[in-house]
Write a protein that binds this ligand. Structure first.
Ligand SMILES: Cc1cc2nc3c(=O)[nH]c(=O)nc-3n(C[C@H](O)[C@H](O)[C@H](O)COP(=O)(O)OP(=O)(O)OC[C@H]3O[C@@H](n4cnc5c(N)ncnc54)[C@H](O)[C@@H]3O)c2cc1C
Length: 477
């Protein structure tokens, strides 16, 4: 291994950016699909970051809410570490130039979201928190002398030699391939929303990094746990749907059925602010009948507080200040992923994973709102600091080989696969539909179908309902 062999980080969302910045002074090459680093889920995040900052709050209370939302399937020690690390993660972001919203007295404004017992969500630019974060971290990364930015590339294979990952292959928009050698490779490639017909995720959240990690032999963990956001803007015939942030319900908006009756009355003690899986199933059920609406007409000061939702609604002819917003559940976040510890270690030498592509147990069976930007920042910093200290591996002499994820599906088959996943592995699942979907997947040759099979199998094996994984046949199982 050359003395200057860098750390290669795939992905420029919050997880990849935090890892890159914290790895200083070790040389880092940051690889991502868009030239300017846009296109990540991070940039779309609306609600904010959860942290026990208020004097009346405590990390233990944040941990408690995280465990309850995760149906206690979480790794409790990991949750304690993350919630303890949250206030410092917010302070670090401010030091990187993120201007969180403050009141006239200069105190951080704290929002409240579903599943949180107290207001503890810091936000920036109202509902444009993710964009503010990515902008600040990207500017820091572009200024940092140890970070080399390489946008406009797709990472499509890992290089393997002498029992470890020693590099990767990129392909640019013109199809030109390049081999990059590395001391360490980090996958920070985000989620899998685009395996489904309805998602709040950007098109790049396609599971490519997850598929590559699995091909390299990383163990999959909790793949069946997919979070469905209860309120995406219901636009017929569209796959990628704008999110209608949960912070609106925190500010008093109510879910209603077609006759204007409150949807969540009598369903859960927290009503409209019940955990996401509970609300998503109720909205899904209403959508199967006559539809579901979010009545946010009582909310004031839209342009300052919810500029992103206001703009998305107005673009589609809905004025949320005067009319209820039509909503549908949509795939939002993947709790499962490549099995790692809190250090991002995958168990495959030379390969690390962080952020949504990884599963270190903090989210359990269902993620608490606003905990994933937190995870990306806190775990990214932890991994980066560790990478800065890790010894260089000796240069291997053995034969190198490529680990590939395989050819992609053609667009027609991919559209059918997404529809299949939405109906079989959506908010409600049962054994017969999952088995049938597995049989249909077997007909397709393409890495997305293999990834879908892994998820369907995990959902089939978990015969009971837990968190976001809901088996309507659980009682009969
Ligand atoms: C609409 C929306 C709103 C959300 N709101 C919140 C919120 O308020 N609070 C919260 O905590 N969480 C929120 N989330 C979830 C949160 O944004 C994500 O879980 C988190 O940002 C994931 O960060 P990441 O860095 O792991 O991945 P991402 O931000 O998705 O970044 C992935 C990166 O990997 C790159 N990439 C992927 N595959 C390849 C490849 N093969 N080759 C090269 N590059 C590749 C992409 O280009 C991208 O740069 C929201 C998500 C969405 C979609």
């Amino acid at each position: 291994m050359r003395a200057d062999a860098p750390v290669l980080i795939v992905g420029a969302g919050v997880a990849g950016l935090a890892t890159a910045l914290a790895a200083a002074p070790r040389p880092v090459r940051l690889l991502c699909r868009a030239h300017d680093g846009v296109g990540s889920a991070s940039a779309l995040a609306q609600g904010g970051i959860a942290a026990a900052i208020d004097p009346a709050d405590a990390p233990a209370a944040h941990a408690h809410d995280t465990l309850v939302a995760g149906a206690h399937h979480n790794d409790a020690a990991a949750v304690r570490w993350l919630t303890d690390a949250a206030p410092a993660a917010v302070a670090w972001l401010e030091a990187q130039g993120v201007a969180f919203d403050r009141d006239e007295a200069g105190t951080l404004r704290l929002g409240r979201e579903g599943g949180h017992g107290l207001p503890r969500i810091v936000h920036a630019g109202g509902d444009a928190t993710g964009a503010a974060l990515v902008r600040a971290l990207r500017a820091q990364a572009q200024r940092a002398s140890h970070v080399q930015w390489r946008g406009g590339v797709e990472v499509d294979a890992l290089l393997w030699r002498d029992g470890r990952v020693v590099g990767l292959r990129t392909r640019d928009e013109r199809g030109r391939e390049e081999t990059h050698h590395a001391a360490h490779v980090v996958l920070a490639t985000g989620g899998i929303g685009n395996l489904f017909a309805r998602t709040s995720n950007p098109p790049g959240a396609d599971g490519a990094g997850l598929a590559l990690g699995l091909a390299a032999g990383v163990r999959a963990r909790d793949l069946e746990f997919v979070q469905f956001h209860p309120t995406a803007l219901d636009l017929p015939h569209r796959q990628g749907l704008p999110l209608v942030t949960e912070a609106l319900r925190g500010a008093g908006a109510r879910l209603r059925d077609t006759r204007g009756r409150p949807l969540m009355d009598g369903v859960h003690p927290l009503g409209d602010l019940a955990p996401r899986d509970v609300v998503a199933r109720r909205v899904w059920q209403a959508c199967q009948e006559h539809g579901a609406w979010l009545d946010a007409t009582a909310i004031t000061d839209w342009p300052r507080r919810f500029p992103t939702v206001l703009a998305a609604c107005l673009e589609h002819g809905i004025d949320p200040r005067t009319a209820p917003i039509p909503v549908t559940p949509a795939v939002h976040f993947h709790m499962g992923g490549l099995s790692t510890d809190l250090d991002g270690d995958t168990g495959v030498p030379g390969l690390h994973a962080v952020g949504e592509v990884a599963c270190n147990g903090v989210h359990g069976a269902n993620r608490l709102a606003s905990n994933s930007l937190l995870e990306g920042v806190a775990c990214g910093r932890r991994l980066g600091e560790r990478l800065a200290r890790l010894p260089w591996a000796a240069r291997g002499q053995g034969a190198a080989r490529w680990i590939e994820r395989g050819p992609p599906l053609d667009p027609g088959s991919l559209a059918m696969l997404r529809q299949l996943m939405w109906s079989a592995a959506g908010p409600q699942r049962d054994a017969a539909t999952l088995r049938d979907a597995l049989r249909q997947c077997g007909r397709w040759h393409g890495w997305q179908a293999r990834l879908a099979e892994a998820l369907l199998l995990a959902a089939l094996r978990r015969t009971g309902s837990l968190g976001a994984h809901w088996r309507r046949d659980a009682l009969a199982a």
